[in-house]
Design a protein. Structure first.
Length: 202
């Protein structure tokens, strides 16, 4: 029995990190892959918990060795997902969620076509700007770059299986949980999970 692989993508500030954190809090059957990145830690971020923070040189060595399931350049920094960790977890029956951008999502879908992809949209650009400013984590020029990139990111929404509009956090979190629950009820997963029961019922 293998686990499900979920991809959650969104423009910066749309709320994907908070939504994924809520999903993990409410569902002990799913784990988040901790990405590698070359960007500096933000206030409150811990190495190995939020990201694996590495130098560009270390990242490049890992990339050349084929260690990444996907990798991308986002806002001038490199991000990548450990291929071995994800494959081992899925093989053991654990559901995994990847919190990655649209570029990485496209790479993962090519390698793992059964991955379930979810895109988070803000209710408006005004809300996106407000959220970016309220985080107080980025300089004004960084926020301007994130907003400029948001339209390009949102243009790829059609590539995803599901779309959640994060207008109200509680409702959006419930929708994300509903997607995970529904995917687990697909026939193939239920047959694999409950083989003995189904054989007895035949």
């Amino acid at each position: 029995m293998s686990g499900n692989l979920y991809i959650v993508s969104a423009p910066s500030g749309a709320g994907k990190t908070s939504l994924v954190a809520k999903l993990l809090e409410n569902d002990d059957r799913i784990r988040k892959s901790v990405s590698y990145t070359t960007r500096s830690p933000r206030l409150g971020e811990n190495d190995g918990q939020h990201y694996h923070f590495v130098t560009p040189e270390t990242f490049e060595k890992r990339a050349q060795a084929g260690d990444f399931l996907e990798s991308a350049t986002v806002h001038g920094n490199f991000y990548g997902t450990s291929r071995r960790w994800v494959e081992e977890q899925l093989a053991g029956g654990t559901d995994i969620v990847l919190e990655i951008d649209w570029q990485g999502a496209a790479q993962v879908r090519r390698l793992m076509p059964t991955a379930i992809s979810i895109f988070i949209l803000p209710p408006s650009f005004e809300a996106l700007l407000q959220r970016l400013n309220s985080r107080a984590q980025d300089a004004p020029e960084v926020i301007a770059t994130r907003l400029a990139n948001a339209r390009e990111e949102i243009s790829h929404v059609h590539d995803f299986d599901y779309v959640i509009i994060n207008a109200e956090f509680k409702a959006a979190a419930a929708e994300l949980q509903d997607i995970v629950r529904a995917e687990r009820l697909r026939t193939a997963h239920q047959l694999a999970r409950h083989t003995a029961l189904i054989n007895r019922l035949k």
